[in-house]
Design a protein around this ligand. Structure first.
Ligand code: CP
Length: 350
């Protein structure tokens, strides 16, 4: 069962992928996020509710934003870290559990669902088998086993809270948080790294900016294409919103006239499971780091990145430290957005 199947299989207000949200839900979440950025976001709207966050990978922003959001709204947040703070979990079905995992998500999520009103799950891509990652196996298993809403805190394929926060940040930057005030050229630009990273964030960025009808240019070296299913959905969403998606491999030409440069590194899919070759690919493309000279080609463009970011590798300090950088605004928008998704999950109208 994939996330798409789970998302449509019951009435729980899961938030598993930006692909699943309809237009009204997208607008409502952004509207509520903006509302909850004000005094309403410090009222006990979720008094007595409990939210569990399961992290298989590290986090600064996502975890902190949910803990603070719960505190501000009167709910209680529980942090769960399989393998150290709790039993390592198995998510596959029909396996003999002879490995490190002592508990199956079927029982773990079953029990947590009886104690909590919502569950958040972070599970990055394994990057060994692209077809397996495309099914978002861990998130799908958790959502299928859950009797309460599940929120995706970044999975193999998507990072919906980041996409929502990025859309809200850009709307605010362009002057109107209530709607995409203008349709602008947004370049989602591949960047180098020390190791191949998953595609959840670029997927979310392309889906989010497509939803808001921008002219999205996806710029990456040849061989670094995103998931075909995600791209098809983004093209569909862009069409509905009056926007477009274009793929370019010329990083310089891509910058011309851009109002936003959204940098992110990810690994080439054809090198999944081949760590040394993937690292060699990254080393061969160090010139994709975003520099002040690159930004000079844009139309007074803003710089965006989801964070954490490696200075002097993904982007030059001069860009991050300039007034064009929106990275802190993106980080703080996570709190507003996550208050909105908590309210949605728990059936509370802010
Ligand atoms: N951007 C983001 O999700 O940050 P964290 O990994 O720190 O949560």
């Amino acid at each position: 069962m994939s996330v798409g199947d789970v998302a449509t299989s019951n009435d729980l207000k899961h938030l598993l992928s930006l692909r699943d949200l309809d237009h009204d839900e997208w607008e409502k979440l952004l509207h509520h996020a903006q509302l909850l950025a004000g005094p309403r976001g410090r009222e006990p709207l979720l008094a007595g509710r409990r939210f569990g966050q399961i992290f298989l990978n590290p986090s600064l922003r996502t975890r902190t934003a949910f803990e603070v959001a719960c505190w501000d709204l009167g709910a209680h947040a529980v942090y769960l870290q399989p393998g150290t703070g709790l039993w390592e979990l198995e998510y596959r079905k029909d396996v003999s559990m002879t490995g490190a995992a002592a508990e199956h998500v079927q029982e773990a999520i079953g029990v947590l669902g009886r104690m909590l009103d919502g569950i958040g799950m972070r599970s990055f891509a394994e990057m060994e088998d692209a077809a397996e990652d495309a099914e978002d196996p861990v998130l799908s298993a958790v959502a299928a086993a859950s009797s309460v809403p599940v929120l995706n805190l970044e999975s193999a394929m998507d990072h919906p809270h980041q996409g929502l926060a990025d859309a809200l940040t850009l709307r605010r930057h362009l002057g109107d948080a209530r709607r995409p005030a203008r349709k602008v050229k947004v370049v989602v630009r591949w960047a180098p790294h020390v190791k191949p990273l998953p595609m959840a964030v670029p997927h979310a960025a392309v889906l989010a900016f497509a939803r808001d009808g921008h002219e999205v240019v996806l710029a990456h070296p040849s061989g670094c294409g995103l998931d075909g299913g995600v791209l098809s959905r983004a093209v569909e969403l862009a069409g509905e919103a009056g926007g477009s998606i274009e793929v370019m491999h010329d990083k310089d030409a891509a910058m011309d006239g851009a109002k936003v440069v959204y940098a992110k590194s990810w690994g080439p899919r054809y090198l999944y499971g081949k760590q040394d070759a993937a690292c060699a690919f990254l080393s061969d493309h160090l010139d994709w780091m975003v520099t002040a000279d690159d930004m000079a080609r844009t139309d007074d463009g803003a710089f965006m990145h989801c964070l954490p970011v490696r200075r002097g590798l993904v982007v030059e300090d001069a860009v991050l430290d300039s007034s064009r950088s929106l990275v802190l605004e993106q980080g703080s928008a996570r709190l507003d957005v996550q208050k909105a998704t908590l309210c949605r999950a728990m059936g509370v109208e802010p």
